[in-house]
Design a protein around this ligand. Structure first.
Ligand code: ZN
Length: 136
């Protein structure tokens, strides 16, 4: 793990919150993407070498929808950039960490992602993220 890839924030509406990050805080807006596997629309902003990721549920079955119902909008997860996600998963498993995704799945920007189980992380939802492209 060599940097914070992004911080995920759950929102009810991207349209409502994009102006705050883009215009009020002045972070470069990197665009939006639908992530089918997570049933979310995502908007990205650059901040230093990391990003802010706003997550809007596309329907009520999305984990983000459930998060918002339970806890409201706000901090959702932290993601650490890894070089090799398969290696990171097996090394963490050997150290006794339990994972929600024992196999990586596709995230935004063709990245590979896997979530650690909050029971192993002091309740902080933690994502491993292996970027596929370095263009951003
Ligand atoms: Zn994420």
């Amino acid at each position: 793990m060599h940097k914070i890839s992004h911080i995920g924030i759950a929102v009810e509406s991207l349209e409502k919150w994009i102006p705050f990050y883009r215009d009020t805080l002045g972070f470069p807006f990197l665009g939006e993407e639908l992530v089918e596997s997570e049933k979310v629309r995502v908007a990205f902003f650059q901040i230093g070498e990391s990003r802010i990721e706003l997550l809007e549920p596309v329907d009520d079955t999305s984990a983000i929808a459930k998060h918002i119902q339970k806890r409201g909008e706000g901090f959702h997860h932290i993601a650490y950039e890894v070089e090799n996600i398969h290696q990171s998963i097996s090394s963490l498993q050997k150290k006794g960490v339990s994972l929600i995704n024992e196999e990586p799945k596709e995230g935004a920007h063709q990245s590979l992602i896997a979530f650690l189980h909050p029971s192993s992380t002091g309740k902080v939802l933690t994502e491993l993220c292996q970027s596929q492209s370095q263009e951003d």
